[in-house]
Design a protein around this ligand. Structure first.
Ligand code: ATP
Ligand code: MG
Length: 137
């Protein structure tokens, strides 16, 4: 059964002009691009998206980074999309990411790690709903 996941290309990757290369990796791995938009998040939009991390030591830096420039927000679809995207993205810290993963190729650091991907069906549903309305899906 097909599944959807919410993914973002973060400001460092957009700035480096590797968004197209990252999107190609998703297409080559069999993901369907259901929706895509470019957006420069406001502080409150980034805080709301990452509210599960509110209170953690890296929260302020994460919000500052995520609002430092435009991002691409995508809804991707395929069988097992959530887990398969996490695998394709690689470990959160690029130092631990496997060869050939998006983060190994395009992350600059643990904070500036190029991409986000939903980590469960619950977070995928919340995150898709956060950015896209019913008429867009
Ligand atoms: P994402 O949610 O972006 O897909 P993730 O699920 O692999 O990444 P989370 O634990 O959800 O990782 O953390 C969200 C983001 O916060 C990470 O992608 C990273 O950019 C940043 N982050 C997490 N831990 C740290 C840390 N210790 N120091 C700096 N930044 C961090
Ligand atoms: Mg996460």
């Amino acid at each position: 059964m097909n599944e959807r996941t919410l993914t973002m290309i973060k400001p460092n990757a957009v700035k480096k002009h590797v968004a197209g290369k990252i999107i190609s990796m998703w297409e080559d791995a069999g993901f369907e691009i259901v929706q895509i938009k470019r957006k420069h998040l406001t502080t409150s939009q980034a805080e709301g998206f990452y509210k599960e991390h509110d209170g953690k030591p890296f929260f302020a830096g994460l919000v500052e980074f995520m609002t430092s420039g435009p991002i691409y927000i995508l809804v991707l679809e395929k069988e097992n999309a959530i887990a398969d995207n996490r695998k394709l993205m690689g470990a959160t810290n690029p130092a631990n990411a496997e060869e050939g993963t998006i983060r190994k190729l395009y992350a600059d650091s643990l904070g500036e790690n190029a991409v986000h991907g939903s980590d469960s069906p619950q977070s995928a549903a919340r995150e898709i709903d956060y950015y896209f309305n019913v008429f867009e899906l």
